[in-house]
Design a protein around this ligand. Structure first.
Ligand SMILES: [Zn+2]
Length: 326
């Protein structure tokens, strides 16, 4: 990786924190998609079908860095029956009998796989195996940076440390949604993807939600009318629900082995240059750091193109940076 170059005044946070940066290059770097709410909900459903009621016979760690807590010990999880599967934001929570929880954060490249019993941990991408009589839940993480994490928690109240404060838009009332949206004045893209405000919305689904709502990703939250806020809330709920249902239908009982942010059924995300499914105009993009946001100018900005370079400067401190990871 090249060291970041500073060519335009003060560096944005993504450079100061050493994150990789290529806003000036012409080819976007292929990004590993961050699991978002529909992916996480799908994992919760598929895990619930397989391991709730089953005994966790063994936990095998390949990477010692995965485990970020030491008390209570992980060994205490062995032999306990799984009572519940839940999620806190983007974290998956495996609740075991007698007050013990395993909290797994997939970060960017962490993934679950369901394998036959006693699956081997040989490959470098494997982090841990959770063994059940019916199969092995394998946790993997591609790439050299190991960021996925596992915490063992011994009291339900201690799960609160993992809450970022974002609300699930599917549960929030429109008044609650409006309050969160306007707590700080940001671009819509930024506010929707901030885990302090909303739960589980990242780069892909924010693009899809904004397209469904016919709103510009760069519109400031302070400038929204009540009708626009209500429309955005409806679009957010419908978009996320529709994807959760689609994933459920697509896997039809199988374990979700492929998490990807680029799906052919998406309207704009990952579809730069392709026709908008609603109006046929080519999908546009704004690139900043290692992010790209996609939108339809005809549907969302009154036909106005949002230029890359100028917007990068304007957005310097108002762009979702590493928030996807939180
Ligand atoms: Zn369109």
């Amino acid at each position: 990786m090249d060291p970041p170059r500073n060519t335009q005044g003060p560096a944005p946070d993504c450079l100061r924190s050493g994150r990789h940066h290529d806003s000036l290059s012409t080819t976007p770097r292929p990004r590993v998609p961050v699991p978002e709410l529909p992916d996480i909900v799908t994992y919760v459903e598929a895990l619930g079908e397989r391991i709730v009621g089953a005994r966790l016979e063994d936990v095998r760690l390949k990477s010692p860095f995965l485990l970020r807590s030491f008390d209570p010990p992980l060994a205490g999880a062995k032999g306990r029956v799984v009572r519940e599967i839940d999620r806190i934001g983007k974290r998956i929570v495996i609740g075991l009998e007698d007050e013990l929880w395993l909290v797994i954060h997939l970060m960017i490249a962490g993934r679950f796989h369901w394998k036959p019993p006693a699956a081997k941990l040989g490959s470098k991408i494997n982090l841990a195996a959770f063994d059940f009589a019916a199969g092995t839940l394998l946790l993997t993480e591609a790439g050299s940076k190991k960021r996925a994490s596992l915490h063992v928690v011994g009291a339900r109240a201690d799960l609160d440390q993992f809450r970022r404060g974002g609300v699930d838009v599917r549960i929030a009332t429109t008044a609650e949604f409006a309050e969160r949206l306007q707590v700080e004045n940001h671009t819509l893209k930024r506010s929707l993807t901030d885990p302090r405000f909303f739960d589980g919305i990242g780069n892909a689904y924010s693009d899809e939600i904004l397209h469904a709502a016919r709103l510009s990703p760069l519109k400031l939250t302070s400038k929204l009318t009540d009708d626009e806020i209500a429309g955005l809330h409806t679009a957010a709920v419908r978009t996320l629900d529709a994807w959760i249902v689609r994933f459920r239908e697509q896997r039809s009982g199988a374990f979700p082995e492929k998490v990807t942010a680029f799906r052919p059924e998406m309207a704009v995300h990952g579809r730069f240059g392709q026709p908008c499914p609603d109006c046929g105009a080519p999908v546009q993009r704004i690139r900043y750091a290692d992010n790209e946001t996609n939108y339809c100018a005809r549907c969302q900005t009154g036909g106005r193109l949002l230029a890359d370079r100028a917007m990068s400067r304007l957005l310097r401190d108002d762009w979702p940076r590493s928030l996807d990871e939180l």
